[in-house]
Write a protein that binds this ligand. Structure first.
Ligand code: BG6
Length: 496
């Protein structure tokens, strides 16, 4: 296998030291059947190879230092066209001429880097004169893939002005998670679920991805983004697509990604009249967490003191197709919640006829819970007769924890995705038409947030399950299933 050079723009930044280099380290440790690689981290900060290696070592846990012989640093400003001659010179030091560029920079550079790569000829696989050798060229782009539909279209066209679609890898790290991929295996490697995976048997679906941390040091970035752009438009809707998609003809790049696009294109657009009853926004206010007071969002560094950015979002989404007509999908995400958990709950319909009167005491019917993280696994809940006289029914869980299959790579998906990109397999990456189809659904909602100031931004205390108003988007008297049984809803809610 030919060696690749991974060139990380934004190499001295947080994403590179916290996620990418650790993920590459874990790939390097596995070695087997892997495309070999070396890394050139590129950044504006001044480092030598050695001081950069020390900087990375300080920030992580690396028992095997051999990896660091493959890590190099180049100081340059990627927004300046003239600096690319330094990159070309640096690349000459390596035997390999297969390049994987990684944009781990602020989105403001997403236009200039691909354009500059094109201007200096580094995008061309056939190479350019004696300065640049021929080889494979690929580019990985981090989200956000645009800010709204218009900017997403512009970003796609910039990227495609320099690279072909099959050279572009738009990374959504949720697709790299084992348990997310396992949704496909659950649905399409078994016969028992698929016949009932539709509107006739499923009453509603809940998708929750919440975190127990605030926005930390990312205040100035997050305040211009908010929960919808940060989590919903990409990670949550991707989870929804895997639950809702039709079986692809094969597990191939085109076939799989075509089905994702079909789901996004079937999302029923929300009218202005529907948005207030189907979308709830919240922002955390100060609250007690494990005996300590947590700051309000507006007190966080980099956040405006009158910020209207949501840190919580709950939405009722509908899919207009034969399989899902009439089945609500409830999705929610939030910062500063009681715990960090990502979970999908499939609620099946009630039995057509009730034989057992005690059944009415059971609030929910059959459920399949897919725990994405932590404690990766699945639980199927069903009713059984309690031993003894009479016919008292109780709900029992049948559970499977993912670690029974072997060691779970509970890392956040980056290493799996980097491995796929090295191999040149785009299946688990987002295609340009999927990005645009998703924005086509969400852009009007964002527009509504901007224009219709009457859509409330509810305050919720840090450490709670979000605004009580989020219960109102769930119809038919149901409630959100809060994943940790020992954590109860707090009743302190207020409006900002
Ligand atoms: C990122 C968001 O994409 O996903 C972060 O920008 C969020 O705000 C993170 O914290 C959550 O990822 P995970 O893998 O920890 O659930």
């Amino acid at each position: 296998m030919k060696e690749h050079l991974i060139i990380i723009f934004g190499g001295s930044g947080d994403l590179a030291s916290r996620k990418l280099i650790p993920a590459l380290y874990s790939l390097h440790q596995r070695k087997k059947e892997l495309v070999p690689f070396k890394i050139v981290a590129v950044g504006r900060t001044s480092f030598s190879n050695d001081s950069f290696r020390e900087h990375i070592i300080e920030k992580g846990e690396y028992s095997n230092k051999e990896f660091f012989n493959s890590l190099f640093y180049l100081q340059m400003d990627p927004s300046v066209k003239g600096d690319y001659s330094k990159l070309i010179e640096k690349l000459k030091e390596f035997e390999s001429s297969d390049y994987l560029f990684y944009l781990a920079t602020p989105p403001s550079l997403y236009e200039s880097i691909p354009t500059n790569l094109k201007l200096c000829g580094l995008n061309k696989e056939e190479g350019e004169s004696s300065k640049i050798k021929p080889g494979v060229r690929k580019i990985i782009v981090e989200k956000p893939f645009g800010y709204d539909l218009e900017s997403a279209i512009k970003m796609n066209s910039t990227l495609r002005g320099s690279f072909n679609e099959n050279q572009i890898f738009r990374i959504d790290h949720y697709l790299g998670k084992e348990t997310v991929q396992n949704i496909l295996a659950l649905r399409f490697a078994n016969t028992i679920f698929e016949p009932i995976w539709n509107r006739n048997y499923i009453e509603r679906v809940e998708i929750t991805a919440v975190e127990n941390m605030g926005i930390g040091s990312r205040g100035s970035f997050y305040d211009g983004v908010g929960a919808l752009r940060d989590m919903v438009q990409n990670h949550l809707i991707q989870l929804l697509a895997l639950v809702a998609m039709e079986p692809p003809v094969t597990y191939g790049e085109k076939e799989f990604r075509d089905e994702v696009v079909k789901v996004y294109s079937s999302l029923k657009p929300l009218t202005k009249e529907e948005i207030p009853s189907r979308v709830v926004r919240g922002q955390y206010i100060a609250g007690e967490k494990k005996g300590e007071m947590a700051l309000a969002y507006r007190q966080e560094k980099g956040v405006k003191s009158n910020s209207q950015t949501e840190t919580f979002l709950a939405m009722q989404v509908k899919i207009a197709n034969w399989r899902w007509e009439g089945v609500p999908f409830y999705i929610r995400t939030g910062k500063q919640m009681p715990t960090k958990v990502t979970e999908i709950v499939i609620h099946f319909r009630d039995t057509p006829h009730r034989l057992f009167s005690s059944r009415e005491e059971c609030p929910d019917h059959n459920q399949l819970i897919i725990r994405i993280q932590p404690n990766e696994g699945m639980v199927l809940k069903f009713d059984m007769k309690i031993p003894g006289s009479g016919f008292d029914i109780n709900q029992v869980p049948m559970d499977f924890t993912y670690d029974k299959l072997g060691e779970v790579n509970s890392a956040d998906g980056y290493s799996r995705l980097l491995e796929e990109a090295l191999k040149g397999d785009n299946t688990l990456f987002t295609r340009s038409d999927a990005v645009e189809a998703s924005w086509r659904y969400f852009s009007p909602v964002l527009q509504y947030f901007k224009e219709e100031s009457q859509l409330p931004l509810h305050g919720y205390p840090a450490g709670s399950w979000g605004p009580l108003e989020s219960e109102a988007i769930i119809t038919n008297g149901h409630r959100w299933s809060n994943p940790c049984k020992n954590l109860t809803n707090t009743d302190i809610y207020c409006e900002l």
